[in-house]
Design a protein around this ligand. Structure first.
Ligand code: BTN
Length: 333
């Protein structure tokens, strides 16, 4: 069955206002909602239908009005900033919160190209063209998960981009640890797994400019409250792991503080800043794996990573190093 059409920007704005009014999970009369939105009961009914199309369950009861099946916390800059605790990374200069965007990575790359400040971050309630690694789509329904990108300027790129993406993966795993989520592991180069199911992924992109600092956009997608989705690999969400709904502002705050401090340490020390943590979280080390390349596949035993973040593999030809972006990896069954 085809998904219902995503609302127009104007419809989305009204839907967001209704979601804010219903966020407490209590009943609100159609009359009160209509008064707040400046429309009649029929108009309210249509907006209720729109938020149903966004994936929210709304209960309508005669004489009581409407309520969300469960309370909702929309993303908000002040809530994210308030939930961040002091850390040893740089201050976040800008934090943008969007209702919808094609891709937070693409949006932030555009800001970087027009000279935007850094570190800057963007989160969005929805992505219409969420990008995964190797050209895949990142499933990004409205209001359920976290789609976050952080822009960072490196004056000198002393350390490799693949190593940086491992440092971000370690920072995300640390954030999950701070939030109390156990059993998290990393599958090279930067898939975050929980008991064999994908929980989060990262996509680092270099902004193409000949001169000036290296501008890197670090995109992180974390499945937070999603319970159903058409995804062609085993996956889970924080809700799936813990059985409870999560406040996405708190998750965003924790991710940002850990990534800001993790990348600052990486800038000073390179892979040494996170090697021990990577080794402890590495799900493939010592296991037989298959590395899939554009023109074939290589099998071997994973030996961990080198100082550039490349995967070391013992093969029939000796130890080979594979770099992110050129290879993918599947744990052999
Ligand atoms: C992967 O594991 O394939 C990488 C997924 C990266 C998804 C995030 S969501 C926020 C940011 N914006 C995007 O379009 N992609 C990244």
């Amino acid at each position: 069955m085809n998904a219902p059409p995503f609302p127009s920007p104007r419809q989305l704005e009204t839907s967001l206002r209704l979601l804010e009014l219903l966020a407490d999970g209590r009943f609100h009369s159609g009359e009160a909602l209509g008064g707040a939105l400046g429309m009649g009961r029929g108009g309210v009914w249509r907006v209720v239908r729109d938020i149903g199309n966004l994936g929210f369950e709304v209960h309508g009861v005669t004489g009581k009005g409407y309520r969300l099946a469960e309370p909702l916390e929309l993303l908000a800059e002040e809530r994210i900033r308030a939930a961040m605790v002091p850390h040893d990374g740089p201050a976040l200069r800008q934090l943008h919160v969007l209702p919808t965007v094609d891709s937070t990575n693409r949006w932030l790359m555009g800001r970087a190209l027009s000279g935007g400040t850094a570190p800057a971050a963007v989160v969005s309630e929805h992505q219409s063209g969420g990008r995964g690694r190797r050209g895949r789509v990142w499933v990004s329904p409205f209001g359920q998960n976290l789609y976050l990108s952080l822009l960072w300027y490196f004056e000198d790129m002393d350390h490799s981009l693949p190593a940086c993406s491992l440092a971000v993966a370690v920072a995300v795993a640390r954030a999950l640890g701070v939030l109390g989520v156990g059993d998290v592991g990393l599958k090279w180069p930067n898939d975050v797994h929980w008991r064999g199911r994908k929980l989060a992924g990262m996509l680092l992109e270099l902004v193409g400019e000949a001169a000036g600092p290296y501008k890197v956009v670090m995109g992180v997608g974390v499945n937070v409250n999603m319970v159903a989705a058409d995804i062609d690999q085993p996956w889970t969400s924080l809700r799936g792991v813990t059985g409870q709904a999560w406040d996405r502002n708190r998750v965003a705050a924790c991710l940002l503080q850990e990534i800001l401090s993790g990348v600052a340490r990486f800038q000073r020390e390179g892979m040494a800043s996170c090697q021990a943590d990577w080794d402890a979280l590495d799900l493939t080390r010592g296991r037989r794996v298959t590395v899939h390349l554009a023109d074939g596949a290589v099998e071997g035993t994973a030996l961990g990573t080198d100082g550039d973040g490349a995967l070391r593999l013992r093969t029939g030809q000796g130890v080979q190093h594979f770099h992110a972006g050129e290879v993918s990896l599947r744990v052999a069954r």
